[in-house]
Design a protein around this ligand. Sequence first.
Ligand code: 4AD
Ligand code: MG
Length: 462
Amino acid sequence: MKRTKVKALLQSAERGHEVLLKGWVRTKRGNKYVTFIAVNDGSTIHNIQVVADMNLFTDESLRDVTTGASVSVLGTLVESQGKGQSVEIQARTIEVIGLADPETYPLQKKGHSLEFLREIAHLRPRTNTFGAVLRIRHAMAFAIHRYFNHNGFFYVHTPVITASDAEGAGEMFRVTTLDPINPPRTEDGQVDFSQDFFGKSTNLTVSGQLEGEVCAMALSEIYTFGPTFRAENSNTSRHLAEFWMVEPEMAFYDLEDNMDLAEDFLRYLVRYALDHCLDDLQFLNDMYDKELLARLNFVVEHDFQRLTYSEAVAILRDAKQKFEYKVDWGTDLQSEHERYLVEKHFKKPVILTNYPKEVKSFYMKLNDDNKTVRAMDVLFPGIGEIIGGSQREENYDKLVARMQELNIPEKEMWWYLDTRRFGSVPHSGFGLGFERLLLFVTGMGNIRDVIPFPRFPKSAEF
Ligand code: 4AD
Ligand code: MG
């Protein structure tokens, strides 16, 4: 007989037919006449109740049916007598597939703190919270592909191992086949990279943008969606060393078009979550954050506030609030400033544009003032920066001049510069931090709780 998932059973209109259920026991309770077993198989936040009539079962036969054990249940799907569920399974046979010794199984009925669950990342997918987060994560990944596919964008796969530092921030994880403790050296004592697999120093990608630009110069509208790596030693609730980034890149888009796309895209994703993940969102709303659904609905219904960096600096300098970091024109904004603008001043998502060139990357298009670049950061409540993007410098000479100012080796970037030598066009793009999006959509407070296996300084259990 074929197994039916809990989600389908709960939605089933049929009654009185035999079904096969497989899943994990969440709870068991009852009396001498009847035992109730709540079973979950991950298809939904909801459990299905299995009812064991103690005329048919003995205490002994249900002894191993404990929290965490896996079971296979054959029974009849019937209307439920109890509150809170439409159907239940009247069990005929209950087989324990895998034991979970109650003395040592770490997850118990009472619920656990998120800190504790981080210590047992391999078991936390079995909790309601992480089940919900992982299903929402899946739905958002799917919605991202759906959005772009529908709008004529092509998904391109950019390399994970690369020789370039796309952001020029130097926060890279090195990749080498040389012995890190005792590398071969040249006569003058330098590490001899000619003996390395690639024959040169390489690293894990910090962004797929530069390769994305290459493909946009042929396919017009593309996106990348993959893991990116940053060795920034930020032990914050907003940073990971390995995170997923979505990077669309569009030929013939200016900054205005770029902002329109970012805004439409984010609203689409939040709406998709509301339309497809409501059970899980409702659970997270009730469990952790009573404002979650209201905040998601707000974002879907309201335009984002657009203003320039200079206008934002003026607002921040006039603010009554005391900031830890002082705001001066020319300095980068800290997350306290971003959150002030979003949460206190405008009370809606904000897109900041035209940052000083010094605080942004080399590839951004210079404005006529020669001081600012066509950058855009999208700032969200509770998060700060969720998207970073820009119109790109399409002019070969200006790009080279900027690279020289920043000591970026032209020789190694010849392939990137070729996009500006042959058929260059105005183009734009942005990067959405996938886990930052998930922080917003799930309302979780720590980025380590929206990725199954978080990587951060001093962590890598497996
Ligand atoms: O602003 P960033 O550094 O921009 C880029 O990498 C560009 N190449 C994107 C582009 O234009 N194609 O990063 C983009 C986004 C940030 O806004 C943030 O959401 C996320 O990536 N991000 C991180 N998320 C988690 N952990 C980190 N350490 C992150 N660093 C950036
Ligand atoms: Mg940024």
